[in-house]
Design a protein. Structure first.
Length: 256
């Protein structure tokens, strides 16, 4: 692929998702390569409010793990955001950007009592929660290629994994993301798809956001987001095979 072709592919990614993924790489990769001290990018309230190191607010949402753990987190971030921006926010990237700013502010506020230094996991769980709850009823997904579960349960499964791997404190940070994701869904969408009238209007991007963020691309007919098995495809696959289907029981998270 030529240099021009590479950037053409990058530009196909909708603007907000491109910013999220670019920010994640810009913060996490230098830290993983030991080119940047992580203490320079984590959130420290005193340094933000007293020494005005305001970049820490931004960077704390994009400092991920390392190795395969970071790759998994990055894929979840990309697919969840890409799904939302192309499907639910088609041609409305400024609205998505504005609502994401509000969600990030809520995550930051909920994490202040916890003394959290990093908010990337909470942000990912927030987007994962919203994209999962908006998925069609009956849709299932494969959790790390090991088990197939209803996609609506995926955020809770991730919180459970965080509890096992990192303990209650780490899981608590993920819970804040799920809480904000639920509030986002309740305010903008809700059971009837219309959300709460006052909050839904507040979720429309102000003019300064519209000047900064382009409208983005239209729907991706190829499908995006956490890859899952739509209910109709589940029935067709079940009719064709019996027993455990190693190749057709859903796709591994993060794969095409």
């Amino acid at each position: 692929m030529s240099y021009t072709g590479f950037w053409d592919e990058i530009r196909k990614i909708p603007p907000v998702t491109r910013f999220l993924c670019g920010s994640s790489l810009a913060v996490s990769v230098p830290v993983m390569m030991q080119l940047l001290d992580p203490k320079k990018v984590v959130f420290m309230r005193a340094l933000v409010t007293q020494r005005f190191e305001l970049w820490r607010v931004w960077s704390s949402f994009f400092l991920g793990g390392s190795g395969l753990n970071y790759l998994f987190e990055f894929v979840m971030l990309y697919r969840s955001s890409n799904s939302l921006e192309l499907d639910r926010y088609s041609r409305r990237s400024p609205d998505y950007a504005w609502q994401l700013i509000l969600a990030a502010g809520a995550i930051l506020a909920l994490n202040l009592p916890l003394g959290s230094f990093v908010h990337s996991r909470a942000l990912t769980v927030c987007l994962l929660y919203l994209s999962s709850v908006l998925a069609p009823a009956g849709t299932q997904t494969s959790l790390m290629g090991l088990i197939t579960i209803p996609i609506q349960y995926l955020p809770y499964a991730m919180i459970g994994i965080d509890m096992i791997m990192g303990g209650p404190g780490f899981a608590a940070m993920s819970v804040t993301g799920a809480i904000v994701g639920h509030l986002w869904w309740w305010a903008i969408y809700g059971e009837d798809g219309r959300g709460l009238p006052g909050l839904r209007e507040f979720g429309r991007a102000p003019s300064w956001v519209r000047r900064l963020v382009s409208d983005g691309a239209g729907p991706n007919v190829a499908g995006t987001g956490v890859h899952a098995i739509p209910p109709r495809e589940q029935r067709q696959a079940h009719a064709r095979t019996t027993g455990y289907n190693w190749g057709g029981a859903g796709q591994r998270l993060g794969t095409e």
